[in-house]
Design a protein around this ligand. Structure first.
Ligand SMILES: CC(=O)SCCNC(=O)CCNC(=O)[C@H](O)C(C)(C)COP(=O)(O)OP(=O)(O)OC[C@H]1O[C@@H](n2cnc3c(N)ncnc32)[C@H](O)[C@@H]1OP(=O)(O)O
Ligand SMILES: CC(C)C(=O)C(=O)O
Ligand SMILES: [Mg+2]
Length: 510
């Protein structure tokens, strides 16, 4: 097995994501976590960019141990002096200097001839080498550079003291086979290449950053540059977690390993997302919310029989022990039954069938049926002894409308209905129930809360209603909070009815 080094640039290229600006404290927090994750090199920032970045890089170099801390510098004396000042107290500092080598960049951006660029690269590496031994040189836009010219630049900087040569696909233009061939050609033509480490740094403009980096492993490179969650300039960089897990899961193909502590991946990903404010898309490989979630009945059935049917890695390997089976409208009986058993809720066949049909109705109304929802479905079943049940509910309310509700109930096989106005739609619905049944409940307590998190959470209403001298409580749950309120009120009425505290007058039978 070959050992591939992981050079993390979350705090430098990752921070170049539009809209992201980390302060020194936040950078330090991420750097400590990257240390725990086991990255080999941590690029802490670009010290010349701002006093804040300088301070962040300096604190990281001072405080984060057991990892090499790198700082970026353009190929000029001012940047290199500044980078060195920031990392000089590090345990194992690396100056990372760069200059573009493609015809487009040299001509339009740098406005320099290839000879001038070659000279500037060599001078920069020489100056950096006078400060510290570990020097990385990057040829920006390498993948659009001329092979012979690039090999000449690399041969020159190796002679000047570079220890790592980085061959970036700066604009994410390369394709895997072409990139691997390009890297092989560079390695073949660069004098002294056997003395240094070769690195790649791939951008994701065509969604190929990870594929190109893995192709580079095949071509024999030693170091992969990447960022947590794939953040970075434009479409971002190769995602650390995807590279590491691809190498780990397909060792048979790549025959290479990293020093990454995979069980720290999820924690690192969440920290980076929280501090940068860059949300992780749900279907993002490895760290997305859905990466280990199985929603379809056939998949869930397969998973329950043997996880290897649909899972190529265990979520625990990246430090996640989330429930991997998501119950929703595509779930089947096996998965629902299994979750109930896991929750200690054993139902006989007929109760299960009845619950399963209500589960499907609920799943049609919300994306995910959670554990709290399942408990609530089971509880509702216990209340099936209710004599008065909700048939339908219709409410109209708004800023310029008098809130009105029409409620239809079932009682002893009869359908009863009436309408009422109220202070609000809930009040109107409660009054309509009283009108239908001839009861006179006085609401003494009402509370509404989400059953669990998420924008599609069900509303849970608890009420306490006074009927004469007696107080009785009720609870209702629904994705519609007015319906939840009505169900809560009706439960209270049913309880009062069973105890003989109210009498029903069936004036409104239809
Ligand atoms: C591919 C990459 O990700 S490279 C890293 C990109 N990251 C950043 O740029 C983030 C931080 N950058 C900054 O804060 C600023 O751009 C600074 C502080 C670096 C420079 O700011 P300024 O001095 O105002 O220059 P500005 O950014 O406008 O222009 C860049 C200058 O650097 C030159 N330059 C660009 N790359 C290099 C290089 N590798 N080596 C030497 N000079 C370079 C450009 O030709 C231009 O020079 P000019 O002013 O003579 O035309
Ligand atoms: C500075 C270099 C390595 C870079 O970020 C790039 O080329 O994309
Ligand atoms: Mg980059």
């Amino acid at each position: 097995m070959r050992r591939i080094e992981i050079f993390d640039t979350t705090l430098r290229d990752g921070e170049q994501s539009p809209g992201v600006a980390l302060n020194a404290e936040e950078k330090l927090q991420i750097a400590h976590q990257l240390g725990k994750l086991g990255v080999n090199v941590l690029e802490a920032g670009f010290p010349i960019a701002s006093p804040g970045d300088f301070a962040g890089v300096r604190r990281i170099a001072q405080e984060v141990r057991n990892v090499s801390v790198a700082a970026l510098a353009r190929a000029n004396a001012k940047d290199i002096e500044c980078a060195w000042e920031a990392i000089s107290e590090g345990e194992s500092p690396r100056i990372h200097t760069f200059i573009a080598t493609s015809p487009i960049h040299m001509r339009y951006k740098l406005q320099k001839s290839p000879e001038e660029v070659l000279e500037q690269a060599v001078q920069a590496v020489r100056l950096a080498k006078s400060k510290v031994s570990d020097i990385e040189f990057s040829a920006e836009d390498a993948s659009r550079s001329d092979v012979d010219f690039l090999a000449k630049v690399f041969s020159g900087v190796i002679q000047a003291g570079a220890t790592v040569l980085n061959i970036p696909d700066t604009v994410g233009y390369a394709t895997p086979e072409e990139y691997a061939a390009f890297l092989r050609a560079i390695m073949e033509h660069t004098k002294g290449i056997e003395k240094v480490k070769v690195s790649v740094h791939c951008h994701n403009d065509l969604g190929l950053a990870v594929a190109n980096s893995l192709a580079a492993v095949g071509a024999g490179v030693h170091q992969l540059e990447c960022t947590v969650n794939g953040i970075g300039e434009r479409a971002g960089n190769a995602a650390l977690e995807e590279l590491v897990m691809a190498l780990h899961t397909r060792k048979d193909q790549f025959k290479a390993e990293t020093s990454i502590v995979t069980s720290e991946i999820a924690r690192t990903s969440q920290l980076v997302s929280r501090l940068t404010g860059m949300m992780i898309q749900h279907n993002k490989a490895i760290v997305g919310k859905n990466a280990f979630a199985h929603e379809s009945g056939i998949h869930q059935d397969g998973m329950l029989k043997d996880r290897s049917t649909y899972e190529i890695m265990s979520p625990s390997i990246i430090g996640v022990d989330a429930e991997s089976i998501v119950l929703g409208k595509h779930s089947g009986r096996h998965a629902v039954q299994q979750r109930l058993t896991d929750l200690g809720l054993e139902l006989d066949e007929s109760r299960f069938e009845e619950l399963f049909s209500r589960f499907k109705l609920l799943a049609d109304r919300k994306r995910e049926v959670t554990t709290a929802d399942l408990f609530s479905l089971v509880e509702e079943q216990k209340e099936k002894t209710d004599q008065i049940t909700l048939d339908y509910l219709q409410v109209s309310s708004g800023t310029h409308l008098v809130p009105t509700a029409t409620v239809g109930l079932q009682y002893e096989g009869q359908r009863l209905a009436d309408a009422a106005c109220g202070d609000g739609p809930v009040d109107a619905a409660f009054k309509a129930i009283d009108k239908v049944l001839g009861t006179q409940g006085i609401l003494s307590h009402y509370s509404l809360q989400a059953l669990d998190g998420g924008e599609d959470a069900q509303g849970e209403v608890t009420v306490t209603v006074r009927f004469g001298e007696n107080l009785v409580a009720g609870r209702g749950v629904s994705t519609d909070i007015i319906e939840a309120s009505v169900r809560g009120y009706l439960q209270a009425v049913n309880r009062a009815f069973v105890r003989g505290w109210v009498k029903i007058c069936e004036n409104n039978a239809s």
